[in-house]
Design a protein around this ligand. Structure first.
Ligand code: PFF
Length: 449
């Protein structure tokens, strides 16, 4: 089917630009903030292994499915399903994806705001005072319970997202990803160098790389799968959207393999940067969401050039957050420009504003709204759990089923475009038809029945 009403749609400037933008989406707070603490809470190496299996068995095929749906339709997630199977109900999957994107972006901006605050503290010299666990924890708690300040930094971060996305796909998202992603990598390598040379750091590496399978249970597996979806930005249409700006020469198989390897690689590197420091300082790896914000500043405070080190780290985290937040925002912006015919700047501002407002309860959920709980979870934890562990995997199953069963012959032609790899196509088709839906389905069913 020729979908030429979108002939004027923007394209990525280069394959490298696309890979860095997609890797930028995948590599985010999920790798450097979420992965280490979820791994810490779920027992270390056994979690890491299950996570990597999920990336290969479920993540890779579904990422391919998203990219091929995007490129085949050249639309946003909602419009993509409508264009590929007109008259069907599949657009609902795209609509739920856009809703999930709003929910993720809403609290993502909050955590990114924490990061900006710590960056600000680092630059102005406040970090060097956080010399022990008590001061570090009380500073973190003092900040996250201060709703006004948290919302202020959430607002500043939201503005950064608007700044990039309003400049377009090539001139905004791609341009900044090409600068920011290599910078992120260099910063991470510098920090690993510092962390693994701390006295006592070996215990951290042991924790990360020694298997303890006694910790494995259904919850751990669900967490690992949720983390894989979250970290790879799958299940809600980011990769559909980024795929929709892709030319027909690009090989989708090799692109997914590159993006997924970069993402998993950076998560492991982040673990290597963080756990040696956690153990060297005698902190508990299962400390939860505050782990990176409490432990690392304290580590830095005890080292020469504390503020320089902490500036580097929080800059790294800010960069990781921006390149992911813009991908979430781009999903909504592409929806509004394609379907509602809004201009890019209007779409960017309105969608970012909606996500900002939705994020305020999360911003307040450590302070003024700490007592508001649903199913025993605060607002922030609830949105995180619901999106990562339920909505993204569900979206992922449906996307796999669409590509594998519902779309029809078009998928083969589109997948072979730019690759020509028939054998790989057969493996991929088997994975999206059977392997991924069954694996994700079983994990979800076992956990909830
Ligand atoms: N992948 C991002 C991270 O690891 O921080 C977060 C994310 C972005 C999740 C986009 C989901 C998504 F659709």
């Amino acid at each position: 089917m020729q979908l030429d009403q979108n002939a004027t749609r923007e394209n990525w400037g280069s394959k490298l630009g696309f890979i860095l933008a997609a890797a930028g989406s995948a590599i985010g707070l999920g790798n450097i903030w979420r992965f280490p603490y979820v791994l810490g809470e779920n027992g270390g190496f056994a979690f890491l292994l299950i996570y990597i299996i999920c990336v290969i068995v479920v993540g890779l095929p579904i990422m391919g499915a998203e990219m091929v749906i995007g490129r085949g339709s050249r639309r946003n997630p909602f419009g993509a399903f409508k264009a590929l199977l007109p008259g069907s109900m599949w657009w609902v999957v795209g609509a739920i994806g856009i809703l999930t994107g709003f929910l993720i972006l809403s609290y993502y901006n909050v955590v990114a705001g924490w990061t900006l605050y710590y960056l600000f503290q680092s630059v102005t010299g406040g970090i060097s005072e956080l010399t022990n666990g008590e001061i570090a924890s009380s500073t973190f708690n003092g900040f996250v319970t201060n709703g006004g300040l948290v919302v202020l930094f959430q607002f500043i971060f939201t503005f950064l997202g608007i700044f990039v996305v309003s400049q377009g796909v090539k001139g905004g998202i791609e341009r900044y990803s090409k600068i920011l992603m290599p910078t992120l990598f260099i910063l991470l390598v510098l920090l690993i160098g510092r962390s693994v040379t701390l006295p006592g750091s070996m215990d951290g590496l042991k924790f990360l790389f020694t298997p303890d399978f006694s910790k494995l249970n259904g919850d751990v597996i669900l967490e690992a799968m949720g983390q894989a979806f979250y970290s790879l930005s799958l299940g809600m249409g980011v990769m559909i959207t980024y795929g929709s700006y892709l030319d027909r020469k690009t090989n989708i198989f090799s692109s997914t393999a590159t993006v997924a390897s970069l993402d998993a690689g950076i998560a492991v590197l982040a673990g290597i940067a963080i756990f040696p420091a956690v153990f060297a300082m005698g902190m508990d790896p299962a400390d939860g969401a505050g782990l990176t914000y409490q432990v690392l500043p304290m580590v830095f405070a005890q080292l020469p050039m504390a503020n320089v080190l902490s500036t580097l780290f929080f800059l790294l985290l800010t960069i990781a957050a921006i390149t992911s937040a813009i991908s979430l925002l781009e999903v909504m912006v592409s929806f509004a420009t394609d379907e509602l015919k809004w201009t890019r700047s209007r779409a960017t501002i309105i969608m970012a504003a909606v996500a900002f407002v939705l994020g305020v309860p999360s911003a307040l959920s450590f302070g003024a709204w700490a007592d508001v709980t649903v199913f025993g979870l605060g607002f922030f934890d609830l949105v995180d759990y619901l999106t990562a562990n339920i909505m993204l995997p569900l979206g992922g199953i449906l996307i796999a089923i669409f590509a594998g069963w519902a779309w029809g012959n078009g998928v083969k032609k589109e997948m072979l475009e730019g690759s020509g790899q028939e054998k790989l196509y057969k493996v991929w088709l088997w994975a999206v038809r059977i392997l991924a839906p069954i694996a994700v389905g079983l994990i979800l069913v076992f956990n909830f029945v």
